[in-house]
Design a protein around this ligand. Sequence first.
Ligand code: GCW
Length: 720
Amino acid sequence: MKVRSIALIVLIILVISQFAKAENGYDLWLRYKPVTNAILKSRYRSMLDHVFFPAESDRLKVAENELGIGLAGMIGTKLQETTIAQSGLVIATIDKIGQLKKFIPAGTSEKIGAEGYIIKTVNNAGHLTVVLTANSDLGILYGTFHFLRLLQTEKSLTALSIIDYPKTNYRVLDHWDNPTRTVERGYAGFSIWNWHKLPGYIDTRYLDYARANASVGINGTVLNNVNANTQMLTPAYLVKVKALADAFRPYGIKVYLSVKFSSPVELGGLKTADPLNADVKKWWQDKVDEIYGYIPDFGGFLVKANSEGQPGPQTYGRSHADGANMLGDALAAHHGIVMWRAFVYDDKVPDDRAKQAYNEFKPFDGKFNSNVIIQVKNGPIDFQPREPFHPLFGAIPNTAVMLEVQLTQEYLGFSTHLVYEAPLFKECLNADTYTKGKNSTVARILEAKDNPKLITGMAGVANIGTDVNWCGHPFAQANWYCFGRLSWNPEETAADIADDWLRMTFTNDNAFIKQMKAEMLQSRENTVNYMTPLGLHHIMSANGHYGPGPWVDNLGRADWNAVYYHKADTAGIGFDRTHTGSNALGQYSPEVRNYFENLNTCPDEYLLWFHHLAWNYKMRSGKTLWEEMVHHYYIGADSVKHMQQVWNLLQPYVDPERFNEVKQLMAIQYEEAIRWRDACVLYFQTFSRQAIPAAYPKPEHDLAYYRNLRFPNTPGQGVN
Ligand code: GCW
């Protein structure tokens, strides 16, 4: 009996340990699985069996620890310290690499600055040594992650010559997390910040979060929702914020808070939050000083003001500059910054919503303090599957500007649709604004190449939650990853980033990489096709933004209704933003304006964003607009089926856990793509009054069916 029960316990332990080894996605792209190429592995081993890595600071210890985990996992060796002369890997700041300094070309140290690094293979008195060096411990940390990535993606180490440094200053995740732990537009569970257990309990998840961020160069985190709860500024919460800041510090991550502009009234009991009022200024100054008392390297504030019901300086007849500068003044002595959002629009303003941010900010160019940076969404409406670049890029050349993108897929199928967002981000980054002649790309503006004294940055609205795999969908991790890489270097390509991510997250097998990379790169276009082809936008269902709702016309504000955006009638469809319409195009440079205004040059992708056209308008393909639209909806849904087929073929390359997870999610995505297609085609048909071409399968239900579907409790509508 006893023997039996012991055997049973052993069996249970074995089973559990098997589960523990399961690929549940928690390790993200930092899995450090054994190198599969045997020759490479033995070369790595002979080179890396002895390292020189003096790790004196907390930050260097973090780097050394990561290297230890990486080498143990990938090549099965332990970190063995030795002298510079004998080691195959030297990791130290430039002042500590002795003789090897001679290999660092003149001027490189200046070039890499405070965060960059050099990874170079050198002839170290007869044997090859990889030197990883930097000006600072932070540079060493970033370089260590880059070095590990070389091993993870199975690159040769024999002739490395890498000089890398970030092209922007502030690379920040914006969490729309509430103190209640709900996450606005979050589709991966609850907030990872366990406020109740803080400050006493530091979840190891916080450290893994910090590792993942540092591995892609993210150096800031805004902990709370831009629709901010004032509670975050109370002492009870500031001690919790401090605990997180302390945990993140070794990883080079600064903590920021979103603040509500009316805090002096709500928390301070003042009668006003007027930014020019002396008591208000003093209140903020005291609050800022108090915060720095807890967190000496606090990053600063993120502010959503006078937008979607949030208070702001305009509430008191003041401007965005008045509001932002007042906070900037309070933070300046502590070297903190203000990220002031340009996502502003007002239904009381009769103008096209797409024009309002430009109209409000353009007059204040050059009027913002040097520690204020304007945070501009990639497009002028709101994180749609496709938008043209925001007209503010390049339009305020004397003002610091950062790009805001949305990693969480509010308008891209939540966490059930596979959508790799790098192509979307790159479309914006590569867009030529022509504001300083040809090649005035958004990336160039973000890097402040023409005005180097401006601070620079990029923000990503986080897609992170308590789901075991962090992002809800195994492939959604790629959006967190690519954000980091692009914020570090906006010039990188979506394909290269996908390549690295797939290798680190799944396998280095080229057959897998080739096919899955192609699917990832196509995935965003698939979703545009089955949701909002040809420049359509904001036709998602009300509030939750889940599923199609092109018929939505009854919300309190005109500019929250789908009909405002597509303007379909029996004559045609689309938003006329040319000079005959809202003239939003007038906000762009003449080259851009003409390009989009002229139907001969306007790409199909942006057609209905800028033009209202007849249903029988002849498209480049020879099809009518109606036929073309139907075609896009159908190929969009079909492409999901194609993706499912590819995934099924790739089963041999993927662990069963993640294979099945993705397979199930793809089935949901396909079902939803069909629903999007059928609902939209049937709805727009009521205006076009034309048949769905016979070649396509007929929708399964009638329009009333889709209109009557209800999805209570869709995620992402958190209580603040
Ligand atoms: O996309 C919209 C979202 C809101 C969000 C807002 C914003 C945080 O639907 O949930 O509020 O944008 O960016 O401020």
